[in-house]
Design a protein around this ligand. Structure first.
Ligand code: CMX
Length: 440
């Protein structure tokens, strides 16, 4: 058994025993209360699932296994330029709860390299789609097409024991993650570079190889950016739409390919991962309307107000849980301050940061006026030559695989059941209200 798999089964078996003991003693304790506005309001804040890999604090932001993003930037093994953390390290941490050594991360890079062969029919499937198909649609179709390789589906069909579900799940997660950069880069080159594909460079780490296959910049800084980008977008606890969808679909014992593909369909929505393309579209449209690449704060404020007056949201701002600027925004801002402080488009992002929160706050209804992860990413990508914003959510998706698939391994190892919350009709609510009133 490989060393990561060995560690994973040891840690997950221990937690499974602990979880059973907790449930035996405390299973009937009340952990939350649900009010009617939550039932109608997208189940905001209701504690209803366990997600081991990360947890979100409304003020502090995300912590992966207890570590904040700045802590991880310090502690995780770095890429060859020694600047940004390797996403391999974050995956190791999320899967087994320990900061890996440099050697462990090198082992994982080698594993993913070894497992990265994409089936030929996946390339044919992508090529059979109309060229103008949105990259996220190409991505989810490509992921589903690889399901032919699922170890979980095969072993389930052969009659695997419940206690062994975790094993082929781990194999699928590792294989799928290993293959994603190649698939994602193929979609990019096919859609925007006339199918002029770039072969993988197996001397590079997972993120740097993806950067290399995209072919937008030879600069080492772009490789550093991709390492940071693929680390910080990986996980955001379990309740967000892409994570929760992966979890829900996985709970039916759909294999990791189908569960992750479903999660990616959720990521493709403009209120979730597609917001990164919407932000840069919004910025380009604004600069076009204002006729300048260096707008003043007053011009930006007028444009933001006119967008709100037209009944549209300001993409990249607001969050269902966060109530402060997103630390993932801050990490990207710090990257931009260090690497590209003079870029015009980055300056626009920073001016939006000065202007938008005050305007959103003045509306009196927006719970979080601060920027989220999507507010900054596009401007940095544009700087390095990745200007095709319809592609941006695919980058997010490649990263999100690390979080949702490590969590998927945990769900199968802990024996998590089929998810099935209760729904009610509005008529049921009216009857319930009438009954409550008559009893009062
Ligand atoms: N611009 C304008 N209005 C906004 C807003 C924004 N950025 N954010 C919230 N609001 C509005 C909501 O539309 C809602 O209005 P109505 O009551 O008229 O329907 C009101 O403020 C209250 O919403 P909320 O409770 O503050 O926010 P929600 O939890 O309902 O929604 C989110 C969160 C992210 C969908 C929302 O802030 C939004 O639409 N933001 C813009 C899109 C975006 O950036 N999404 C990316 C999120 C991060 C990610 O998942 O990748």
């Amino acid at each position: 058994m490989d060393p990561l798999k060995q560690k994973f089964i040891e840690k997950s078996s221990a937690l499974k025993t602990e979880m059973r003991a907790i449930l035996k003693e405390h299973g009937s304790k009340k952990i939350d209360e649900v009010v009617l506005s939550q039932v109608f309001g997208g189940a905001r804040g209701i504690k209803m699932m366990v997600w081991e890999t990360s947890q979100l604090d409304p003020i502090e932001g995300i912590r992966f296994r207890g570590y904040s993003i700045p802590e991880l930037q310090d502690l995780l093994p770095k890429g060859s330029e020694g600047k940004e953390p390797l996403p391999e390290g974050l995956f190791w941490l999320m899967l087994v709860g320990e900061i890996p050594t440099k050697e462990q991360v090198e082992w994982l890079t080698e594993q993913w390299r070894h497992r990265s062969n994409v089936p030929e029919h996946t390339f044919k499937t992508i090529d059979s789609l109309p060229a103008e198909t949105h990259p996220m649609t190409q991505f989810t179709i490509a992921v589903a097409s690889m399901q032919t390789e699922s170890c979980f589906a095969r072993r389930y069909g052969e009659g695997i024991k419940k206690t062994e579900y975790w094993d082929p799940t781990y194999e699928d997660a590792m294989n799928l993650i290993a293959r994603l950069p190649r698939v994602a880069a193929y979609i990019y080159r096919r859609t925007y570079h006339n199918s002029d594909h770039i072969a993988p460079d197996f001397s590079l780490d997972w993120a740097a190889n993806y950067a290399h296959m995209l072919g937008v910049s030879d600069h080492d800084d772009f490789k550093s950016l991709m390492r940071l980008y693929l680390t910080i977008h990986a996980d955001h606890e379990g309740g967000n739409a892409s994570a929760h969808t992966t979890h829900l679909v996985g709970s039916t014992l759909s294999d990791p390919y189908l569960a992750f593909g479903a999660g990616m369909n959720a990521l493709a929505g403009p209120l979730h991962g597609l917001a990164n393309q919407e932000v840069i579209k919004f910025i380009f449209k604004m600069l076009d309307a204002l006729g300048t690449t260096k707008p003043t704060n007053t011009q930006i404020a007028e444009y933001v107000n006119s967008t709100l007056a037209a009944g549209q949201v300001i993409p990249g701002y607001g969050h269902a849980v966060l109530r402060q600027p997103d630390p993932r925004f801050t990490a990207q801002k710090e990257f931009a301050e260090a690497y590209l402080p003079d870029s015009d488009i980055v300056q626009v992002v920073w001016k939006l940061f000065e202007v938008v929160p005050g305007i959103l706050e003045s509306l009196g209804k927006v719970k979080n006026p601060w920027p989220n992860v999507d507010a900054h990413s596009g401007a940095i990508l544009v700087h390095y030559g990745l200007k095709e914003y319809s592609y941006y959510t695919v980058l997010f998706g490649v990263s999100r695989a690390l979080g949702v698939l490590s969590a998927h391994c945990w769900s199968r190892a802990l024996g998590m059941p089929l998810e099935r919350p209760k729904s009610v009709t509005t008529d049921w609510v009216k009857e319930w209200l009438a009954k409550s009133a008559s009893e009062a």
